[in-house]
Design a protein. Structure first.
Length: 689
């Protein structure tokens, strides 16, 4: 393997620097030994970013910089601890703990504990976690005298996310609602009132939530010049990890602290900026040279993770983005003469069967399940695969959350289908009853008790004189009308149509009011509906889902249980994960499923300006998770809601890359063929013409 070392006279180096020569390549060494001043380090995937930052901190200490004059901002406290432990090993210093290292929130808390009195808080303020904050907002909704029954008001979790997004992006609440929650636009004034009451109540009770830590830190630096001067003088060197994921508020804080010395080194990869949906600001890293005109730009392009063939695909793909710092990842690994595999499958079942079979082959060839991952753009893309893995007794974990059928919104909708097949299903009845306005646990119990022994439960709830009707007559009437529709002869054995009716007759609104990620959950349910379209009866559909309760589990799970019980040996599990959750991780073999147009990129995500470029960055992140083997799969045909066959094309991110970068695996000789992907030069020429 080629070694990348510094080509310079060893005698010309200070003795303390010579040991870095065995650990760092030329690019990393330039960053570590950079002169004071502003610096942007564009660190490509798998290029040893963490090692470089660690050595930079150690180098500063060895150059005589006092540890307490260094600020290291990371996105997890664990990352900071691991870096500082390594710094201690490198330097032998016992004072490394004096470095101001950790998340933005941790550093904010350290400063605010000293100066809270300057902005009207006592130093012993309490910090509200997310659950506490939601409870607090519920109290504020009541205090704001909002009649949530007159006009259904969003739940505290949704209000909390509206307020948080506004805080972190420095945007007015009404603008956030118009942009991200347009269905609540008529409630903007009430939501603003809740925010005002929430802020005042927190101040009076001497509490802060996580956002307040950053907001009050910024307020301290702006309103109290003497305190701002104290910290801008103290922090002689500032380092920020994962800078591409910072939001506007975090970038402003760094700029305020760096105003004195301007020794701010930000490290990140613009090509991996994929969290705009939660407030991350791509322009922070992209426009850093504009805010710091004297900044030096360094690039880390030597990749230690992936093969040259995988990196070749990643480089060509990301080159299609206009807004970026151009770079070319170069592999340290030798070529394995094995290209990324493009695997068109006849349908979704064949895609799942191929992935499961190939995983078992890899395991037989010596690659453990722990070294394999299946990635997808949206959580519902894993429906068929989770069932196939269950059939084959392949143990897996879901990195991106609970298993698909164990999510609350999936269980809600399936509960409607369960009472159709079994009108005496107690758990399913109580679950759907409690979604009706004004129906709580007590009312739901009374209603079910009356239904449990009824000859025809559906006929009973439809009676106008049903004695347990809740106070909200309209909500109950809507519920009864929905039951009539999904149990009619026309729809009784059409699970896809039943799911569609559930969504359009109230549940979509319920999602909007109760979940901040409403669109993702709605997408899941539409995917579930498409999956259900292949079944001739609701009973057959539910029976298939019951495969998640097979004997390999110690207790029933899936659609009928409340608790997740992992199957298989705990020390070897396949990973299933969304691409967002996979960032920062790596595996020997990676499968990217549903690499089809209309699935990746996500149509929902393409609504925003520049969103295609963010989707391409997400694609790039997915590709660069693979160390040795990469498989891109997609079904050529799918069944839609109306049980019609729809032809699928490969993702635009596949089509824009030269065919020579892939090895196409043909699973069926008579599979439909599409035109070969166009090259970038062809694409550019078309644009010019």
């Amino acid at each position: 393997m080629k070694k990348y070392v510094i080509k310079r006279d060893e005698n010309a180096l200070p003795e303390r620097l010579t040991r870095y020569r065995s650990e760092l390549n030329e690019q990393q060494f330039r960053v570590v030994t950079a002169k004071p001043g502003a610096a942007l380090v564009v660190a490509g995937a798998g290029t040893g970013k963490t090692r470089t930052i660690t050595c930079r901190v150690a180098y500063l200490i060895e150059q005589g910089v006092s540890p307490q004059r260094i600020l290291l901002a990371t996105f997890t406290n664990r990352a900071a601890r691991e870096m500082l432990k390594r710094v201690e090993t490198l330097t032998g210093s016992q004072n490394v703990h004096r470095i101001w290292g950790g998340t933005f929130h941790r550093i904010a808390n350290l400063i605010l504990r000293r100066h809270a009195a300057s902005i009207g808080f006592d130093s012993n303020y309490s910090i509200l976690d997310s659950e506490d904050a939601r409870d607090f907002i519920n109290v504020c909704i009541e205090e704001a005298a909002i009649d949530t029954r007159a006009k259904r008001f969003p739940k505290a979790e949704v209000v909390q996310n509206i307020i948080s997004y506004a805080n972190n992006t420095d945007a007015p609440i009404e603008d956030v609602i118009i942009k991200k929650y347009p269905y609540f636009e008529m409630l903007s004034a009430q939501i603003k009132r809740v925010d005002f009451v929430y802020m005042e109540r927190k101040r009076m009770r001497n509490v802060m939530d996580y956002d307040d830590l950053l907001l009050n830190w910024k307020r301290l630096l702006i309103e109290k010049p003497d305190i701002a001067n104290l910290y801008s003088e103290q922090f002689q060197h500032i380092l920020v990890d994962e800078y591409q994921d910072t939001n506007k508020l975090q970038a402003e804080l760094i700029d305020l602290l760096a105003v004195k010395h301007k020794n701010v080194m930000v490290v990140g990869d613009d090509a991996q900026s994929i969290f705009a949906w939660r407030g991350a600001e791509f322009t922070n890293i992209y426009e850093f040279p504009k805010r710091y005109p004297q900044a030096e730009i360094y690039k880390l392009e030597l990749n230690y993770r992936s093969t040259p063939e995988i990196l070749g695909l990643a480089n060509i793909s990301i080159a299609n983005n206009r807004k970026q710092f151009p770079k070319t990842l170069e592999a340290v690994k030798k070529s394995k003469d094995w290209k990324p595999a493009l695997v068109p499958c006849s349908d979704v079942e064949q895609q799942s069967a191929f992935v499961a079979s190939r995983i078992l082959e890899l395991r037989d060839e010596g690659t453990s399940l722990e070294e394999i991952a299946v990635l997808y753009r949206s959580h519902y893309h894993s429906i068929e695969l989770q069932l196939e893995l269950t059939r084959r007794n392949i143990p897996y974990r879901v990195q991106s959350g609970v298993r698909f059928f164990e999510q609350a919104h999936i269980k809600d909708v399936i509960s409607y289908l369960r009472i159709i097949c079994n009108p005496r299903d107690e758990l399913a009845w109580k679950r759907i009853l409690k979604m009706i306005p004004s129906v709580g646990n007590q009312t739901a119990n009374k209603i079910y008790e009356s239904l449990a022994y009824a000859e025809n439960p559906f006929a009973l709830v439809k009676r106008e004189d049903f004695k347990y009707q809740p106070r909200g007559k309209q909500g109950w009437q809507n519920f009864v009308e929905l039951l009539e529709k999904i149990t009619s002869d026309e729809n009784r054995n059409r699970p896809a149509r039943q799911i569609e009716l559930i969504l359009t007759n109230g549940y979509e609104q319920y999602l909007q009011e109760n979940y901040e990620n409403f669109e993702a959950r709605l997408e899941d349910l539409k995917g579930l509906g498409m999956y259900a379209a292949r079944y001739d009866s609701t009973e057959d559909f539910l029976s298939e889902l019951a495969l998640l309760s097979t004997e390999r589990f110690k207790e029933p799970t899936g659609v009928v249980g409340e608790d997740v019980v992992s199957g298989g040996e705990e020390d070897e599990l396949l990973t299933l994960t969304s691409v967002h959750q996979a960032k920062g991780l790596e595996w020997k073999a990676v499968f990217l499923i549903w690499a089809a147009e209309g699935k990746f990129p996500s149509p929902r995500s393409l609504k925003e300006i520049d969103s295609e470029e963010e989707e391409r960055r997400l694609w790039y992140v997915a590709i660069t998770r693979a160390q040795d083997e990469l498989y891109l799969t997609y079904p050529l045909m799918i069944i839609d809601y109306n049980r019609q066959t729809v032809l699928q094309k490969p993702s635009r991110f596949v089509m824009e890359c030269p065919p020579a970068l892939f090895e196409v695996w043909s699973l069926e000789e008579d599979a439909p063929q599409f035109d070969a992907p166009v090259t970038i030069e062809e694409k550019k020429q078309d644009f010019i013409n």
